[in-house]
Design a binder for this molecule. Structure first.
Ligand SMILES: Nc1ncnc2c1ncn2[C@@H]1O[C@H](COP(=O)(O)OP(=O)(O)O)[C@@H](O)[C@H]1O
Ligand SMILES: [Mg+2]
Length: 115
């Protein structure tokens, strides 16, 4: 498994855009691989782009996911885990969503999950 972290303390330097491009290109060129993007930024701009972008209902899709119960986001997973020390730690795979179900431009059959 290859893990890339995209981080910079400064805003507006291209983290969200680079994350979108890295994951999309990797999925396009490695169609048998699963790609998981964990978007830890509260602004969620990478997630919004994966979910269709501003012109293709990305913000509505993101808002629907954030309002749903259970909330299929990294914050939803953390919320689930802190409920009790006895909650199983093996529930992470229930939280990623498959962005190809929201965005027709995402490479298929590779599926990019965003948490
Ligand atoms: N390589 C690039 N070339 C031109 N514009 C870019 C590039 N990368 C990012 N941008 C633009 O710069 C702005 C900030 O990028 P963004 O990815 O949102 O930064 P961050 O996530 O670090 O805050 C956005 O409007 C984005 O479209
Ligand atoms: Mg960003």
């Amino acid at each position: 498994m290859i893990v890339y972290a995209v981080w910079n303390n400064k805003g507006g330097v291209g983290k969200s855009y680079l994350t979108f491009q890295l994951a999309s290109e990797y999925a396009k060129n490695h169609r048998a691989k699963k790609v998981l993007v964990i978007d830890l930024c509260p602004q969620s701009n990478s997630s919004l782009t994966f979910l269709g972008g501003i012109v293709n209902q990305g913000d509505e899709n993101l808002s629907d996911i954030q309002k749903a119960v259970p909330r299929k986001t990294i914050a939803g997973y953390i919320q689930h885990r802190i409920k009790s020390p006895y909650v199983s730690p093996k529930t992470g795979s229930e939280f990623p969503i498959q962005v190809c179900n929201y965005n027709d431009y995402i490479p298929l059959p590779a599926k990019i999950g965003v948490a």
